[in-house]
Design a protein around this ligand. Structure first.
Ligand code: FE
Length: 255
């Protein structure tokens, strides 16, 4: 009997943006009942101390509202209507935790920077504390594009950390420096854009003792690529498609 590699995990990105709208309550509720492994979401602080689930640092691109979330009240963020959502509004981190409290789907929390790409001051510890207060910390992993944010998280929690490596960073640093930087910062896992993922890169990262995953696998070809690479996990805006492709992949490889 041969040992099969672990099944690649599927993370429903922002609650399945291309199926349910960007970071919508319906998308998160639907994801909670799907046979996926993780739900990916992004968090931002409001001016009055709330933590809201939204992708961008501003409301402008994906809602009918305007302005930076950090400059708005919780009520103002909640008043925004998410585009292509049938009239839904952003929810808080606590509400998201409540949706997943009885789900087998674990949380993949991305701590985003604010407008201009600068990390929010004094934010990571509030996110960890809020997830802990909601009783969900044991079911949560954290991701960020920002190594200093991962440094903060490493000092705050023992939960899994994943560095999202952007294509420019991968190009500028190269695979060896990415692996060395991750190890130097105690980051055990990296994720790369699926379009930059190759067998050579995967083997290099794994050879350095790190785990390897992908993000932004939204087409059947991209999903199949992540599956063939044996990525530990990939994020996708199309969780239903990813489930179907993963089922087909395992049927084919078992035949
Ligand atoms: Fe994200």
């Amino acid at each position: 009997m041969t040992d099969l590699p672990p099944r690649t995990r599927i993370a429903s990105h922002r609650g399945g943006t291309l199926e349910f709208g960007d970071s919508t309550p319906h998308g998160f509720r639907t994801t909670a009942a799907m046979p996926v492994d993780e739900v990916e979401f992004d968090v931002h602080p409001t001016a009055d101390g709330a933590i809201m689930v939204h992708h961008d640092a501003t409301l402008d691109r994906t809602t009918d509202g305007t302005g930076a979330i950090r400059d708005l009240t919780e009520a103002a963020v909640r008043a925004a209507t998410i585009d292509y959502s049938g009239g839904q509004h952003p929810i808080s981190l606590a509400e998201l935790c409540d949706i997943y409290k009885d789900s087998n789907v674990t949380l993949r929390c991305e701590i985003k920077p604010g407008p201009g790409g600068v990390a929010y001051a004094d934010f990571a510890h509030r996110v960890v504390a809020e997830i802990d207060r909601c009783g969900m910390l044991a079911k949560t992993g954290f991701t960020s594009f920002l190594v200093p944010t991962l440094d903060e998280l490493r000092d705050l929690t023992d939960r899994p950390l994943l560095w999202l490596v952007s294509p420019p960073v991968l190009t500028q640093l190269g695979a060896s420096a990415v692996a060395e930087l991750a190890k130097a910062h105690g980051i055990p896992e990296i994720g790369v854009n699926v379009d930059t993922a190759t067998e050579t890169l995967r083997d290099h990262i794994r050879g350095a003792g790190l785990e390897f995953g992908c993000w932004a696998a939204h087409t059947a070809d991209q999903i199949d690529h992540a599956l063939r690479l044996g990525a530990k996990v990939f994020t996708t805006d199309r969780p239903s498609l990813a489930i179907a492709r993963r089922d087909a992949f395992h049927t084919e490889t078992a035949a």
